[in-house]
Design a protein around this ligand. Structure first.
Ligand SMILES: Cc1cc2nc3c(=O)[nH]c(=O)nc-3n(C[C@H](O)[C@H](O)[C@H](O)COP(=O)(O)O)c2cc1C
Length: 239
């Protein structure tokens, strides 16, 4: 699914052969290889993502790409903020309801225990959990960090467009043998991110994302997140 002449992919990087395969092989990777991703490849991913639909073609997405020294300095400051128990986290927007209702609470817990279970992290070991959670802020060692913002003045409709943009970016990345991890974990740390990236105050940080080549040897990348069957969420009428 790629026409690039200079192929930066590491040997053995899997490339899906169809849209269906791109969809089914997409997963949130949480361990990346140090293999660099050229700026042109990221631009290609974003150009494909920009083919996403948006209501009345408003294209309300903004993307900030952190690579190289910018990415490294940002990761350093984010890790320091995460490790500081007094760091004033600032959720830019409400992500989940509080309290989280069922069945969502159970699904969230199940995902967490599956991941920690794979990594051999005990439920009663908050230090090990903190360390693993902290890997988010190092972009799970991916060479590219993406940040998606939306203008504060836009309403919820535009957030649908941002979500579609992100999903298209993730599938486009798959088409090039890359993997991603969408990350809302960055949102309460947006002030740290704003120190490194020129995000105006008129834009809300919607989500972050790690992008790179997944490390196939890492056990966390074998995690298969479950899904409800179609009959669990779809209602068919008139058939
Ligand atoms: C908006 C959004 C935010 C997410 N934030 C995080 C995050 O901060 N850290 C993380 O490790 N995974 C994050 N994820 C990944 C989800 O945990 C993952 O998509 C879900 O468990 C399904 O697994 P899959 O992506 O491997 O199919 C996020 C996903 C989405 C869509």
């Amino acid at each position: 699914m790629t026409s690039r002449t200079q192929d930066p992919r590491p040997a053995g990087a899997d490339v899906p052969g169809s849209v269906e395969e791109a969809i089914t092989s997409r997963k949130s990777a949480r361990a990346f290889l140090p293999t660099p991703v050229p700026r042109e490849t990221v631009e290609q991913v974003l150009a494909l993502a920009a083919r996403s639909p948006s209501a009345t073609n408003t294209q309300p997405w903004r993307v900030y790409v952190a690579m190289g020294k910018v990415r490294d300095a940002l990761a350093f400051d984010l890790c320091a903020a995460f490790d500081d128990p007094d760091f004033p986290q600032e959720p830019g927007y409400a992500f989940y309801p509080d309290p989280m209702p069922e069945p969502y609470l159970s699904r969230r817990r199940d995902l967490g225990w599956k991941l920690y279970g794979l990594l051999g992290i005990d439920r009663g070991d908050p230090e090990a959990r903190h360390k693993q959670h902290g890997r988010n802020f190092r972009f799970f060692d991916a060479p590219v960090g993406l940040f998606f913002t939306v203008e504060r003045c836009m309403e919820r409709g535009s957030w649908l467009d941002i979500g579609m943009f992100m999903q298209t970016a993730m599938l486009a990345a798959r088409g090039m043998g890359l993997h991603t991890c969408p990350q809302a974990v960055f949102v309460p740390y947006h002030k740290v991110i704003r120190k490194h990236l020129p995000i105006p105050d008129t834009e809300v940080m919607a989500c972050g994302m790690s992008l790179g080549y997944a490390d196939p040897a890492k056990i966390e990348n074998t995690l298969v997140s479950p899904r409800d069957p179609v009959t669990g969420f779809a209602s068919f009428l008139g058939c």
